[in-house]
Every structure is written in C-alpha cells, then in structure tokens.
Design a protein around this ligand. Structure first.
Ligand code: ADP
Length: 249
C-alpha cells in the first residue's frame, strides 16, 4: 500500500479549549488510485491533508508513505522528503508572480540541484500533457486562473512524486476551467499518477475512482466508481450525501 493512514486522531488545544478535528481516521491508498475525500466545512479535511502532507503531526495514530512512518522523519530531512515523495496542488494556485511560469515549474528541480539538461527534458515532457507550452515564458499574472492551476500542477508533478495531494483544486475556478483541470487530473491518473484530492464538490469528486466521506472526524462511508461515467457517479455521490444526511449519519 502506498499510503496507510492508521487510527489518526487530531486534537487542537488552545488556551484551555480542545477541539477534536479528527476522531479516528483509517484508510489506505494503493499505487495508481485516484481517491477523493469529501466532507462539509469543518469536517476535518484540511487537518487530514495537512497531516498526510507532513505539515502537521497527529495527536495519535500514524501515517505511512511507502512504508515509512512520516512522524519519524528527522526535521532536517522533511523538506527533501516532501519534495521527493509528494506533489501539492492548492485551491489558490500558490504560484510566484515574480517568476516566469517556466521558473515556477522548475523550482523543485532547482532546489534538488538537477542539471539544466534534466530540467529541460522534464519540462518538455510534461508541458504538452498540460497544454501549457505557449505559456512557459509568460508570468502567472499574465494568464487565467485555470492556466495558473495547470502551471501549479506541472510544478507538482515535475519531480514525479509518489503521491499528488490536491486541496480543493477547482475551488477558485469557473465551471469551464474546473472541468479542464479535473480532466487533466483524470488523465494524469490514467498515466499512472496516484492522486488524493480533498473537495466538497460532488462534481469534482465524480472524476475520482473512489470517494471517502468524512464527518465528525471519521470516515463514515465509501463509494467506488467502477465503470460508471462521471455523470452517473456524480448522481450516486449526491444521492449518498442526501441519504446519509437524512439518516443523521
Ligand atoms: P475542513 O477542512 O473540512 O473545513 P478543518 O480540518 O479545517 O475542516 O477543521 C476541522 C475542525 O478543527 C474544525 O472544528 C476547526 O474549527 C478545527 N480547527 C482546524 N484548525 C484548527 C487550529 N489550528 N486550531 C484549532 N482548531 C482548529
């Protein structure tokens, strides 16, 4: 198993107040999967993603990536671990306006001291997949939100990470750009990339192959897409949400 989340609990403590953001989360992701995590605002999605991303530590439980307990990685190795093992795509793109799109995408390779030849080869390989060849010498402020997200995805995958983590990747986009980004994620998954995406959108989740539903800090339901189309999976996800809400689950 590529990612193994075992019994993860997270309690935030501040000035005598305690908030249990995650009660006990258990799930695994195999290599090649595209998994969406759905839940309402406040259900613990960001907390879970931050723990998997090694930005935060669980109060109890463990996260294993490629068999490695991420809590046991030494402080001075954590940046390298993230850069080599994980790719990140955020809602608000997180691209740097003072760098060209090309330099934004190459940044992780520069930090890893790759040669110019390796960098050129890597960018030439992924730019066509994302339809951004014409944008490389422009700056992020010169392109649209959807294009910026494509640049951000290129930066996330250029190191060939084991796992691509996406936090509401279409949250700041119009419906047409959202659809393009979700098709790109679907294509990247078909090409072998493992993706874990957090979203509150049933439409976005319908592009994944498996949906985990979280509420009150536990995974309380799971759906597999099978051979279904996006549209019929989207309907099934929406029905599940309605049914589970009616049951007061
Ligand atoms: P989601 O991403 O699904 O909206 P979050 O993970 O942001 O949910 O939040 C889960 C719960 O944890 C909420 O009750 C939230 O108020 C609380 N929470 C999140 N971050 C912190 C923090 N840094 N300190 C205290 N409480 C927090």
């Amino acid at each position: 198993m590529l990612l193994d989340v075992q019994n993860v609990k997270k309690v935030y403590k501040s000035r005598g107040n305690q908030t249990t953001a995650l009660q006990s989360i258990d799930f695994g992701v195999n290599e090649g999967e595209f998994v969406a995590i759905m839940g309402e605002s406040g259900s613990g999605k960001s907390t879970l993603l931050n723990i998997i991303a090694t930005f935060d530590q669980p109060t109890e439980g463990s996260v294993y990536l490629n068999g490695m307990n991420t809590s046991e990685i030494k402080k001075d190795k954590i940046a390298m671990f993230r850069r080599e093992q994980l790719g990140f795509v955020f809602q608000d793109f997180n691209v740097l306006d003072t760098f060209s799109n090309r330099d934004n995408i190459l940044l992780p390779l520069v930090l890893s001291n790759k040669s110019v030849k390796d960098m050129d080869q890597a960018i030439n390989q992924i730019a066509p997949m994302l339809g951004i060849e014409e944008l490389l010498d422009k700056y992020p402020y010169e392109i649209s939100g959807g294009q910026r997200q494509r640049v951000a995805i290129a930066r996330a995958i250029i190191t060939k990470p084991s796992l691509l983590l996406a936090d509401e990747p279409t949250g700041a986009l119009d419906s047409k750009s959202s659809e393009q980004i979700l098709h790109i994620l679907e294509d990247l998954n078909d090409a072998g990339n493992t993706i874990l995406m957090v979203t509150h959108s049933t439409y976005a989740a319908s592009f994944s192959k498996r949906v985990l539903f979280i509420k009150d800090g536990v995974v309380y339901h799971e759906l597999y897409r099978g051979d279904e189309s996006n549209q019929s999976f989207n309907e099934r996800i929406s029905q599940s949400l309605t049914l589970l809400a009616d049951r007061g689950a």
